[in-house]
Design a protein around this ligand. Structure first.
Ligand SMILES: Nc1ncnc2c1ncn2[C@@H]1O[C@H](COP(=O)(O)OP(=O)(O)OP(=O)(O)O)[C@@H](O)[C@H]1O
Ligand SMILES: [Mg+2]
Length: 404
């Protein structure tokens, strides 16, 4: 049965909703009649007789706009499987603000009964789709399951770590919406915020101190949502903040995030700082990035050797060569011999990649058809579980004969 939570003191609308929620849309409707309502979903749900979560929350006529948008954003963040509808006469600015807050649809208070029914249909179906997508994901279905933690690293600066990390996160979010978090662990000069046009209110500095360290709900509220469905934890504004953050802080932060998200992608600063080593210690995957030049390749070889000496051999590692240009005079067999490792992905030099950085729009957010985009997609696919092979249908004859 579908379940709804209607927030309004408008009894006329409550009756119309009752009338619309029939047939396959029938289900319990909980009412919050008080014009004052909590902005935090947990407090709102705890105030219900039946504490199981609703599938659809309807912000009915007369609800204060600021509170409504704030509650909708919080629901979008912490309970993305819940569909939220806003009942409001609308206007372009309201619809835009509603969309940004993750509201599914805006319904005119005077809408015909058939329109109310159609919107409820959409909301219930979308809630069901989202629920099934979420229960299929590790880290959301079972709190004991940890998500995949992917560190992107390189021995040298400017190799393309941020380009790879941001695109990887965007690509993964396309297959696991709202289940991917990107952490900027380039704590002194991180530029994920610029690369994704985010103006964060909180950063890693706040996430590793105070209430967020004890409560994942608080931690989640420190993440910045990106339109692609990625949540981002940006680097601190001031390079000085790095000194206050310990390696143990990073380990704890990544444990918390991996318990909540299917994919935790980490962008790092150049080299092997204590913070990067702490991230590697928690990572299931290392993505090594190197430029296509001799110093970069040699540097990467040394980094691979050092990690091996430290006993840091991840379950899965991926080597990305970035900015490849055939005119540079390096042959792939020579590069692989020097590296002692096969190149898994080779991203060509691309003007579109530079433009994307300058514009703050990761390549995979748009649809440029250049070869760099194609290689970045290949990298993303390495992390997406392949669909189960289709089982061949047994022929009727075999079936009848009861053959295995
Ligand atoms: N395949 C590519 N072709 C052309 N330019 C690229 C490519 N990949 C990255 N770049 C550009 O190179 C510059 C450095 O890239 P990026 O910031 O991703 O490197 P980084 O390793 O994160 O650097 P830092 O160590 O400073 O954090 C950016 O301007 C980016 O647009
Ligand atoms: Mg960077």
């Amino acid at each position: 049965m579908s379940r709804y939570l209607l927030i309004t003191s408008d009894t006329g609308f409550a009756r119309r909703l009752d009338a619309a929620a029939t047939g396959e849309l029938a289900g319990e409707i909980h009412h919050w009649n008080d014009p004052v309502f909590p902005r935090q979903p947990e407090v709102l749900f705890a105030g219900q007789r039946n504490t199981s979560r609703p599938e659809v929350v309807i912000l009915g006529p007369g609800t204060a706009m600021e509170e409504s948008l704030s509650l909708a954003s919080a629901l979008d963040h912490s309970h993305p499987e819940v569909s939220v509808l806003l009942v409001h006469p609308g206007g372009a600015d309201i619809v835009l603000a509603a969309m940004r807050a993750g509201i599914r649809d805006v319904l005119d208070p005077g809408a015909e009964a058939t329109d109310v029914t159609a919107l409820l249909h959409r909301a219930v179906r979308s809630a069901a789709d989202r629920r099934s997508a979420f229960t299929a994901l590790p880290g959301t279905a079972d709190p004991g399951v940890k998500g995949r933690v992917i560190s992107v690293l390189s021995p040298k600066g400017g190799a393309g770590k941020t380009t790879v990390a941001t695109n990887l996160a965007v690509g993964l979010a396309a297959s696991a919406p709202h289940a991917t978090v990107l952490v900027d662990l380039d704590l002194q000069f991180g530029d994920v915020a610029n690369a994704m046009q985010i103006a964060p209110e909180q950063s890693v500095a706040e996430a590793v101190s105070g209430a967020a360290t004890q409560d994942t709900m608080v931690l989640k509220s420190y993440l910045s949502p990106h339109p692609t469905g990625v949540y981002v934890l940006c680097a601190p504004d001031s390079p000085a903040a790095e000194a206050q953050i310990t390696a143990a802080n990073i380990g704890h932060l990544l444990d918390q995030l991996a318990s909540q998200y299917s994919y935790v992608v980490i962008d790092t600063g150049a080299g092997l700082s204590d913070h990067t080593l702490a991230a590697l210690d928690k990572s299931t995957d290392y993505v090594f990035v190197a430029g296509m030049d001799v110093p970069s390749i040699r540097g990467l070889r040394r980094e691979l050797d050092v990690l091996k000496e430290l006993g840091m051999v991840p379950p899965s590692r991926h080597v990305v060569l970035n900015g490849a240009d055939p005119r540079d005079g390096l042959s792939m067999p020579d590069v692989e011999t020097t590296l002692g490792h096969k190149a898994d992905i080779v991203i060509p030099f691309s003007r579109a990649a530079r433009l994307a950085t300058n514009q703050g729009t990761p390549l995979l957010q748009g649809t440029p058809k250049d070869r760099a985009t194609k290689e970045l997609r290949r990298l993303v696919e390495r992390f997406i579980p392949a669909p189960a092979p289709k089982r061949k249908r047994l022929s009727k004859a075999r079936h009848r004969r009861g053959m295995p």
